[in-house]
Design a protein around this ligand. Structure first.
Ligand code: G
Ligand code: G
Ligand code: MN
Ligand code: NA
Length: 249
């Protein structure tokens, strides 16, 4: 198909793939903790195409690692100089399973002068982690170098609590569907339970998809660590990010 050829060409030539950045803030102080890097495909005719469309396509085509490399490089280049900010990237299970992944990530960080403890890799519950699998080795290698891991979309899949036993992560990102339910009249019991469980396990929490002041206040009162969502900021371009970061913070 035409779109497949076009995606291959874009990733090959490193054109049209543009990373945007969504700020993540400390829930208590409101300080900027860092940003999540999110890929966009700026198609010359169709406009901006969502990663929900082209990430699965890149996986099918076997070029997801190349896409991940482009996003990591763009993010490191954009954020390198801002030493106090964390960079979060989304990694597909296929990427993590490639032999070259951990060393490539570490050499990219070194190339851009980004300390490994500033990088957080978001993985999903769909990651099937066999013991001693390539992905498990990648996670262990990167964690040993100081990179941290977050479980993305927590609660959206099956057996979420079970996954936490064998996936070594530092943070959980509470799926937007639970944050949506934090509206007047609804119970906050599920989010409260997720946050207490995380705390008991020594994990940090980020709420995703925070859209209202009400949700923000409930999350603050429940002791959620970090907030992300349209209420605070949409994903922004590199130029907008730099304009924001270069203003006094
Ligand atoms: O940015 P947006 O909310 O449209 O992202 C939609 C989905 O695409 C999310 O699940 C997000 O994690 C995923 N995604 C965004 N950028 C990347 C990327 O660079 N790599 C991978 N594997 N997934 C991404
Ligand atoms: O699966 P992942 O968490 O990586 O997905 C991130 C996606 O969620 C991004 O595409 C981003 O645009 C989207 N997103 C971030 N904040 C909000 C929000 O407050 N509301 C909605 N509807 N989407 C959001
Ligand atoms: Mn994510
Ligand atoms: Na998510």
């Amino acid at each position: 198909r035409k779109m497949e050829r076009e995606l291959r060409a874009a990733i090959d030539k490193k054109v049209q793939i543009e990373t945007v950045y969504q700020p993540v803030y400390a829930a208590d102080t409101g300080a900027l903790n860092g940003v999540e890097a999110l890929a966009r495909w700026r198609h010359p005719k169709q406009g901006v195409i969502s990663p929900d469309v082209f990430v699965p396509l890149a996986e099918e085509l076997g070029i997801i690692s190349e896409l991940g490399r482009i996003v990591l490089e763009q993010a490191c280049e954009a954020l390198g100089p801002y030493q106090d900010l964390t960079i979060s990237i989304n990694a597909s299970p296929l990427e993590l399973s490639s032999d070259a992944y951990p060393l490539h990530v570490l050499s990219t960080l070194a190339k851009f002068g980004v300390d490994p403890d500033r990088l957080e890799i978001e993985i999903t519950e769909s990651l099937q982690l066999e013991e001693k699998s390539q992905a498990a080795v990648a996670i262990a290698t990167l964690r040993a170098a100081g990179v941290s891991f977050a479980l993305d979309d927590f609660g959206a899949g099956y057996s979420s609590f079970g996954r936490l036993q064998n996936l070594h992560v530092d943070r959980i990102k509470i799926d937007k569907s639970f944050i949506d339910a934090l509206s007047p009249g609804d119970s906050s019991a599920v989010v409260q339970a997720i946050i207490s469980m995380a705390r008991a396990k020594g994990l940090q929490t980020t709420a995703e998809g925070v859209e209202t002041l009400e949700q923000k206040m409930v999350l603050q009162s429940l002791g959620c660590d970090a907030l992300q969502g349209f209420l605070l900021s949409r994903p922004i371009s590199r130029v907008e990010l730099h304009a924001m970061l270069d203003r006094p913070r």
